[in-house]
Design a protein around this ligand. Sequence first.
Ligand code: NI
Length: 150
Amino acid sequence: MSDLVRFGVSLERDLLAAFDELSQERGFTNRSEALRHALRRELAEKITSAPDAPVAGVLTLVYDHHENDLPGRLTALQHEAHGMVIASLHVHMDEHHCLETLALRGPCAEVTRLADRLRSSRGVLQSSCSLTAIEAAPEHHFTHVREARP
Ligand code: NI
């Protein structure tokens, strides 16, 4: 901790209040410590496989479908990368919020890039992504996997 940096962050008041409440519940002594922990956990999600190594996993997004064409943008990104989105589940949670879960498969760098583009889309409220390296199996092994229908 010899090279500390201070920086300013803008965020909604209720989001900060919720973060502070959670931090207190979890026993963090101050906001900085809680934020360090959250950032480390975020960094730990980054998968370290080689760019071409096959990975598979699940991306979950929560968003408000009234947000400026967000559903259209998310759908367009998925269609552009249709080979990597092998299944999807969309749940209308309430009048505003959608929960979307995508099963992804493909080369690590491309799947990671797709997941990052989707979860960083403006208006996405929450996301989680869990990717895992899979066996670099011969091509024909994949024919046993049922593809999502268009
Ligand atoms: Ni919906």
